[in-house]
Design a protein around this ligand. Structure first.
Ligand SMILES: *[C@@H]1O[C@H](CO)[C@@H](O)[C@H](O)[C@H]1NC(C)=O
Ligand SMILES: *[C@@H]1O[C@H](CO)[C@@H](O)[C@H](O)[C@H]1NC(C)=O
Ligand SMILES: *[C@@H]1O[C@H](CO)[C@@H](O)[C@H](O)[C@H]1NC(C)=O
Ligand SMILES: *[C@@H]1O[C@H](CO)[C@@H](O)[C@H](O)[C@H]1NC(C)=O
Ligand SMILES: *[C@@H]1O[C@H](CO)[C@@H](O)[C@H](O)[C@H]1NC(C)=O
Ligand SMILES: *[C@@H]1O[C@H](CO)[C@@H](O)[C@H](O)[C@H]1NC(C)=O
Ligand SMILES: *[C@@H]1O[C@H](CO)[C@@H](O)[C@H](O)[C@H]1NC(C)=O
Ligand SMILES: *[C@@H]1O[C@H](CO)[C@@H](O)[C@H](O)[C@H]1NC(C)=O
Ligand SMILES: *[C@@H]1O[C@H](CO)[C@@H](O)[C@H](O)[C@H]1NC(C)=O
Ligand SMILES: *[C@@H]1O[C@H](CO)[C@@H](O)[C@H](O)[C@H]1NC(C)=O
Ligand SMILES: *[C@@H]1O[C@H](CO)[C@@H](O)[C@H](O)[C@H]1NC(C)=O
Ligand SMILES: *[C@@H]1O[C@H](CO)[C@@H](O)[C@H](O)[C@H]1NC(C)=O
Length: 626
């Protein structure tokens, strides 16, 4: 596997006991108290403000008595009732946020904040923003994190001229894939904290401690590397002893969680579905998070372009793609569904949707790095992984096993319904490395997408539009798994490089009359060196604090064009992109300031497909010396 050859793993340092004070309690006394109750009670409890350690038995899924309304598989041809109800609440919140953000900008003939106010009574007239953060390991987490920091009104100084604070608050959806799922997950599992807090916490985002060492130097959660590995092993063996097939992804997801979730033992009991129980999420105080993963059909090794794209949202796991088109309530993921129902006598299993496992699933490509454990501390885990490898074969080392398969016998048309296990892999394996697909579902009515691309496409590990091309091509395939989702035309990768579309923000689909269906306007923001060479290797799993902060800051500059020092009109232009489809729907004339922006930032259909040679971008601002 040539990926292995690109591994740039730092030698494992055996680190001995630093802190021996691990308390072992998976929840605080308040939390433990509440965990005894039914999750429905939990939802209405005022104590609950954040994602929860609400799994019944740590990492081990556990069968329990079912609610009176037994869970079942839902036909995915519509949005869930939960999402529909939530969206209504979210619209009010985003309206206020857009009034704030757009109100700071001078569009000349258009007073954008009055415009939003005037149309506030008609939510479908207003802009509907989605943000998508690509895969690319820690590079994607950090670069995408810098952009989210820039979009977040909670970031200090982000409301000053030239800054973009408030776009995150204006967004309806926030999707993450692989490394991007680490970013999204880390925010939501930590009470929708902000990137600045995660960066400065001293307890999470400690990337100087590689996943091979564990949180050995963390102030609050520090444990020895030996203890760390024994916790990984205990968690995963607990799950497999209870009868659930484990995969390397279980180890990987567990390890990852120690860096992303602000709790002891990597938040052993935190579930993804608990996001839906948090009070701030229920009152729609934040965008809806979506994590993307690809299906791998039984017997398949390579994920084809027509792969089935699955999503985890706060309520459900499943796919809109035909022919499966089905969702399961996330909370009850590993219950023994058959033909869409949970037969009488079968218990409701909870705790399978462990938050680390969900992020690990979306990033299962990194299982390969985890196979490199050599240190003696990890010998138990290493042996277990070798056993798993022996059973599944090396070619399958990137799968996450979802067994029992919730969609078993649900439909007679989908290969995914024919097998008792469901295999999922890294969301980028179909080359759609930006999680756009959930945002293109027509029922979600997203009309503007901020596509943050931290892919390593070129030999020099910068993006070259490959993810955009993959989604565009999929949108063209008539019987495609993407169900012919609307997506604006994009050019080939050579054009991306030759025209610099990957080196400055580019708008696609500006002219809605030139796109099929209701395609959104897509703002493509590719990783580029503004102040730092942020093209670090995907498989570099260790970063010192200085480098981490430099890449996050570079990401801030990617999003803001160096706080508008490169183009003072940039915030207005981004505002124009946000407003564009809405102005059309309300037949409002486009202000001249926006026409000029579209002239400057929209791809106008020009191509230059000659081979550009090796791509070496130069600094766009002065280099930051670290
Ligand atoms: C889901 O609903 C769609 C639209 O009503 C229908 O065409 C499809 O057959 C349904 N799928 C299943 C598995 O029932
Ligand atoms: C989702 O909606 C169903 C009813 O449609 C409701 O019973 C359930 O509590 C909702 N889930 C959450 C987490 O809000
Ligand atoms: C979660 O965040 C909200 C909003 O910032 C805050 O009011 C609340 O206290 C936080 N909850 C916890 C448990 O940290
Ligand atoms: C991490 O948790 C501690 C308490 O357990 C809290 O004080 C701190 O603010 C949290 N940090 C983040 C970034 O959520
Ligand atoms: C993808 O296409 C191949 C070949 O056309 C087909 O055999 C396969 O069933 C398709 N995959 C899915 C998930 O539909
Ligand atoms: C483990 O050993 C192999 C073979 O000696 C080596 O290629 C690999 O880089 C080592 N892994 C780590 C994490 O040091
Ligand atoms: C773009 O990236 C793809 C995928 O890595 C690669 O095959 C192709 O050669 C790249 N093209 C250019 C012009 O960088
Ligand atoms: C941090 O990492 C960068 C990149 O590898 C390196 O240049 C720098 O010297 C390191 N700084 C410290 C303080 O270790
Ligand atoms: C932009 O602002 C951020 C945050 O205020 C700062 O960290 C960064 O250095 C600024 N960038 C430039 C190019 O001024
Ligand atoms: C389209 O953009 C290219 C540069 O990307 C420029 O050279 C060309 O003049 C533009 N064409 C039109 C019609 O504006
Ligand atoms: C318009 O659409 C066609 C294909 O549908 C595409 O080739 C062309 O590049 C598009 N032009 C623009 C400006 O997007
Ligand atoms: C197309 O791109 C090539 C390679 O970057 C460049 O040398 C050439 O000048 C470009 N052609 C045009 C017409 O701009």
């Amino acid at each position: 596997m040539n990926l292995l050859m690109t591994l740039k793993l730092l030698p494992i340092v055996v680190t001995w006991l630093v802190v021996y004070s691990y308390a072992g309690a998976p929840c605080s006394s308040d939390e433990c108290d509440i965990l005894q109750r039914d999750s429905r009670t939990v939802a209405s409890s005022s104590l609950y403000r954040k994602a929860l350690p609400n799994a019944p038995d740590g990492y081990t899924p556990k069968g329990q008595t079912c609610p009176v309304d037994r869970p079942s598989i839902r036909n995915g041809s519509t949005l869930s009732a939960n999402e529909t109800a939530w969206l209504e609440r979210r619209r009010t919140v985003t309206t206020d946020a857009m009034i704030d953000f757009l109100g700071r900008l001078d569009f000349g003939s258009l007073n954008a904040s009055s415009y939003i106010e005037q149309n506030a009574g008609n939510a479908s007239a207003l802009p509907n923003i989605g943000i998508a953060t690509s895969g690319g390991g820690y590079r994607a987490l950090m670069n995408g994190g810098g952009a989210l920091q820039a979009f977040d009104s909670r970031t200090p100084n982000s409301s000053l001229p030239g800054h973009l604070g408030g776009i995150l608050q204006s967004a309806t959806y926030l999707a993450g894939l692989s490394g991007g799922s680490w970013l999204v997950g880390s925010l939501y599992l930590n009470n929708f904290t902000d990137v600045t807090s995660l960066r400065d916490s001293g307890t999470v985002w400690q990337f100087q401690n590689s996943i091979f060492d564990g949180p050995s130097h963390s102030f609050d959660f520090g444990i020895s590397t030996v203890k760390y590995y024994s916790q990984l092993e205990d968690a995963v063996s607990g799950k497999s002893d209870a009868g659930y097939n484990a995969s390397i992804t279980d180890y990987w997801g567990r390890a990852l969680a120690y860096q992303l979730i602000n709790a002891t033992e990597g938040g052993l009991s935190y579930t993804w579905s608990s996001i839906a129980l948090s009070k701030d999420f229920q009152s729609a105080g934040m965008p809806m998070p979506i994590i993307v993963t690809d299906g791998r059909a039984p017997g398949q090794i390579l994920v084809p372009d027509n792969a089935t794209v699955f999503e985890f949202n706060p309520w459900e796991f499943g796919t809109f793609n035909l022919p499966l088109e089905a969702f399961v309530p996330l909370e009850f993921l590993a219950s023994n569904f058959s033909a869409g129902t949970l037969p009488t006598g079968q218990q409701c299993v909870r705790g399978f949707d462990n938050a680390g496992f969900v992020m690990g699933t979306s990033s299962s490509l990194f299982n390969q790095a985890f196979l490199q454990i050599n240190n003696t501390d990890g010998s138990v885990v290493k042996n277990s992984i070798e056993k798993i490898l022996g059973a599944i074969g090396a070619a399958n080392n990137d799968i996450a096993v979802y067994d029992p398969n919730p969609f078993y016998l649900y439909s007679n048309q989908s290969v995914y319904a024919s097998s008792e296990s469901l295999f999922l892999v890294d969301g980028g394996e179909d080359l759609q490395n930006i999680p756009l697909e959930p945002l293109l579902q027509p029922q979600r009515k997203v009309d503007m997408i901020l596509a943050l691309d931290s892919s390593a496409d070129t030999t020099t590990e910068w993006p070259n539009g490959t993810a955009m091309v993959a989604t565009y091509e999929r949108s063209l395939s008539p019987l495609g798994q993407g169900n012919g989702l609307p997506f604006p035309p994009v050019p080939d990768q050579n054009t991306f490089v030759n025209l610099g579309l990957n080196n400055r923000p580019t708008f696609f689909g500006c002219n809605s009359s030139n796109v099929t269906g209701a395609a959104p306007l897509v703002v493509y923001l590719a990783n580029a060196p503004y102040i730092y060479q942020s093209n670090v290797s995907t498989f570099d799993l260790e970063y010192n604090t200085t480098e981490r902060d430099a890449i996050i800051e570079n990401g801030y500059d990617v999003a803001t064009l160096g706080n508008a020092t490169i183009d003072s009109n940039w915030p207005i232009c981004l505002g124009c992109a946000i407003l564009s489809r809405s102005l059309e729907r309300t037949n409002t004339p486009v202000p001249e300031s926006c026409t000029a922006c579209f002239q400057q930032y929209c791809w106008n259909g020009t191509t230059n497909s000659t081979d550009p040679g090796t791509y070496y971008p130069i600094y766009k601002l002065s280099q930051l010396h670290v």
